[in-house]
Design a protein around this ligand. Structure first.
Ligand code: DMJ
Length: 428
């Protein structure tokens, strides 16, 4: 669906298999990576998807198992992504040919050759680890350059629009969203701070400043009392929330502890309210699975009003927020809600050879879309598993999850200090 080498589901599920103790399946997957993973595939591949699913999957497989194979493949693949950054601003283009040409270009559907915020803004965690593992500073330099440009550029009302020109470095359109096209940019700000053992102050400040703008401009309360994140189109609100935006309950929850102390409870409440709204979008459907997008206008409250928004493609975001909120509060309702999702998945999505998305969450005469996205194995099932596990399995004290639920270790302050001293000695 997004180009890239064959085997997305295998790579995306390596860590899931490993933490679940599915040894035989994990060994099969490892052998496949060893013998059959071909990183030289020609054709178009999404820089973002290859990074979050393949690089992220290989990195976490390496960190969990210590197998050099995964580290080598991650670095080999990372190198192949670098040509996408050869633009006048260093903002990468969205599509890359992983074959020998290394050419890159922008998505045909993105206006005026622009790059997408959630795509170029969701590289930081993996690229910092690529530098760690390869001792090559280039990866970190590339993502720090993106950050520098974003810090410098003017933001309308403090918001980050979804489209930016990699040529001029200017915003191309004023569409802002915490869902698709914007989502994981915000996630990677707070997670960059957490993954740096809370030393990356710049990421932290940027995150909280962005959160303030989001609260001031996008967070809304419906007539029925549901809190939601609307989308912003040049100052006009679209009262729609995508399933993708439901990750924000978890993100706001994990960010609650590190902002201004007087705002801690406020952020925890906001995280709980958003997660509640997302649960409502599931609960108000016939299948108890949520639609791709739900609305809060024309009398609708957390339901899809358009036929084209009624599908569910095994996405993880709502369950992801249940998992984070469970770990942060231990309120049993999050496990109850997770279990409702398990039952609905079993009932409506299980098919003979796996699980399938469904075309309409509001009908019991289920129509399957015949597709099991790789993130179902990487994220949806992993978050469910963690929701019902003890908190010390991939503890938040030690791990940060990339946007595809691949755990990456926190880089300890002491290592960062050693690196800084090394850099200084080299430059002297
Ligand atoms: C995943 O690939 C990632 O979570 C990404 O950030 C957004 N969408 C999908 C799952 O819905």
């Amino acid at each position: 669906m997004f180009g890239g080498p064959r085997g997305a589901s295998i790579i995306d599920s390596l860590d899931t298999l490993y933490i679940m103790g599915l040894k035989e399946e994990y060994n099969d997957a490892k052998e496949w990576v060893q013998t059959s993973l071909d990183l030289n595939s020609n054709g178009e591949a999404s820089l973002f998807e290859v990074n979050i699913r393949y690089v992220g999957g290989l990195l976490s497989a390496y960190y969990l198992t210590g197998e050099e194979l995964f580290r080598n493949k991650a670095v080999e693949l990372g190198e192949k992504l670098l040509p996408a950054f050869n633009t006048p601003t260093g903002i990468p283009r969205g599509v890359i040919n992983l074959g020998s040409s290394g050419t890159s270009w922008s998505w045909g559907w993105a206006s005026a050759g622009s790059s997408i915020l959630a795509e170029f803004g969701t590289l930081h965690l993996e690229f910092v680890h690529l530098t760690e593992l390869s001792n090559n500073p280039v990866y970190k330099e590339k993502v720090m350059n993106i950050r520098k440009l974003l810090n410098k550029i003017e933001k309308p009302h403090g918001l980050y629009p979804n489209f930016l020109s990699p040529v001029s470095g200017n915003w191309v359109q004023h569409h802002v969203s915490i869902g698709g096209l914007g989502d994981s940019f915000y996630e990677y700000l707070i997670k960059s701070y957490l993954m740096s053992d809370k030393t990356d102050e710049d990421a932290k400040t940027t995150y909280y400043t962005a959160m303030e703008a989001i609260e001031a401009n996008l967070v809304q309360k419906s007539p029925g009392g549901l809190t939601y994140m609307a989308e912003w189109r040049g100052g006009i609100l679209d009262h729609k929330m995508g399933h993708l935006a439901c990750f924000s309950g978890g993100m706001i929850g994990i960010g609650a502890d590190d902002g201004a102390p007087e705002k801690r409870q406020h952020y925890l409440d906001l995280a709980a309210e958003i997660t509640h709204t997302c649960h409502e979008s599931y609960d108000r459907s016939t299948t108890k699975l949520g639609p791709e997008a739900f609305r809060f206008d024309s009398g609708a409250e957390a339901t899809a009003t358009r036929l084209s928004d009624r599908y569910y493609i095994l996405r993880p975001e709502v369950i992801e927020s249940y998992m984070y909120m469970w770990r942060l509060t231990h309120d049993p309702k999050y496990r109850d809600w997770g279990w409702e999702a398990v039952e609905a998945l079993e009932q409506h999505c299980r098919v003979e050879s796996g699980f399938s998305g469904i075309r309409d969450v509001y009908t019991l005469t289920v129509s399957h879309d015949n597709m099991q996205q790789s993130f179902f194995l990487s994220e949806t099932l992993k978050y469910l598993y963690l929701l019902f596990s003890d908190d010390d399995l991939l503890s938040f004290e030690d791990w940060v999850f990339n946007t595809e639920a691949h755990p990456l270790p926190i880089i300890r302050k002491s290592c960062l200090q050693d690196e800084a001293t090394e850099e200084k000695t080299v430059s002297e």
